[in-house]
Design a protein around this ligand. Structure first.
Ligand code: TRP
Length: 317
């Protein structure tokens, strides 16, 4: 057993979709089963969610949905620490300390912020400081390995930069390494699957909705043949994640309608157990509350020595 911690986090924007399940939840569970880590930390980033006002009244439910999905996919909550960002207010305290050191102009240049600015008129301060709160989540945990999707790479670099800046004065933080998950599933429109783009497949929703979402997958609208370069086809890109090569070969030369019907039944078969478990967990809110409570208590212990040093460094103790 190593003495290092592993951390991953998901923003609580609602029921996790296929992209979360395939892209983060399953690969992380595989990694966790390897037992290489001392503390395995699963963060539900419910403060990051609040950069979007729409989630103000559904935040609690959304956090339950993320936890229920982790459990439905087989996460053993006795072997990990599941906690909500808002239960560790020390992270926001740390964000403040970081914001005193980090240049404002560099935050304005972060890709995720620039993209947000391109697509939105009203931009709150939290959207700008988002990477600093993420750096706080990461550094407060003293995790050595951070599991994220590719789009989070720049945020990780910022966390490393802050760690180095502070460590030059006093060695407080573990320099985090990143484990990039590459099994990214594209959304029904071919872009990154995300709630805000309305292009998701929600395997925990009802069958009718799943069928509708699959119906929305944009295809090349032709027969799928090898010479047609089917790998570029969005439908097959999603399909390929679940079907073995035999099944794929069998389905070459079929029309996209047929392939959509195949994908639908394949998804229902693949996630039968998960869908069933999700329905059961999401009703057990007192059990979910208890898991969060235990998680927060354990996390508080982990972070105290770090916070003590940080407060001392800033002469605030
Ligand atoms: N920003 C991440 C995302 O949108 C979520 C997140 C917040 C996170 N804090 C983190 C991920 C700390 C890993 C570690 O996906």
């Amino acid at each position: 057993m190593f003495s290092s911690n592993l951390l991953t986090g998901i923003k609580s924007t609602g029921r996790p979709h296929l992209g979360h399940v395939i892209g983060i939840i399953y690969p992380t569970i595989l990694l966790l089963n390897k037992e290489l880590f001392n503390n395995k930390l699963i963060l539900i980033a419910n403060l990051h969610t609040l950069t979007n006002y729409n989630f103000m009244t559904t935040n609690k439910t959304n956090s339950y949905q993320i936890l229920a999905a982790w459990l439905a996919c087989g996460l053993d909550y006795n072997k990990v620490i599941c906690y909500r960002q808002s239960d560790i207010p020390e992270s926001t305290e740390l964000l403040w300390f970081f914001s005193t050191l980090f240049p404002y102009n560099r935050l304005k240049l972060v890709h995720s912020f620039k993209e947000y600015k391109r697509n939105n008129k009203r931009i709150n301060t939290a959207t700008l400081t988002y990477p600093l709160l993420m750096a706080a989540d990461i550094l407060i945990s003293q995790a050595e390995l951070i599991v994220v999707g590719k789009d989070q790479l720049q945020h990780l670099e910022i966390a490393r930069k802050i760690a180095k800046t502070i460590n030059k004065r006093q060695r407080i933080f573990t320099l985090p390494k990143v484990k990039i998950l590459t099994n990214l599933i594209k959304g029904t429109d071919g872009q990154k699957m995300s709630k805000s783009k309305n292009n998701l497949i929600d395997i925990f929703s009802n069958k009718k909705q799943i069928k509708q979402q699959i119906g929305q997958i944009k295809t090349q609208n032709q027969f799928l043949t090898e010479d047609n370069n089917f790998l570029k086809d969005n439908l097959y890109n999603i399909y390929i994640n679940f079907a073995g090569s035999q099944q794929i070969n069998k389905n070459l030369n079929v029309g996209y309608q047929h392939a959509k019907a195949e994908l639908y039944s394949l998804l229902l078969r693949t996630f039968k157990k998960e869908r069933h478990l999700y329905k059961s967990y999401i009703k057990q809110t007192s059990k979910l509350d208890k898991i969060f409570q235990v998680g927060a208590t354990k996390m508080k212990e982990i972070i105290q020595p770090t916070m003590k040093k940080v407060r001392k460094l800033f002469d605030c103790y």
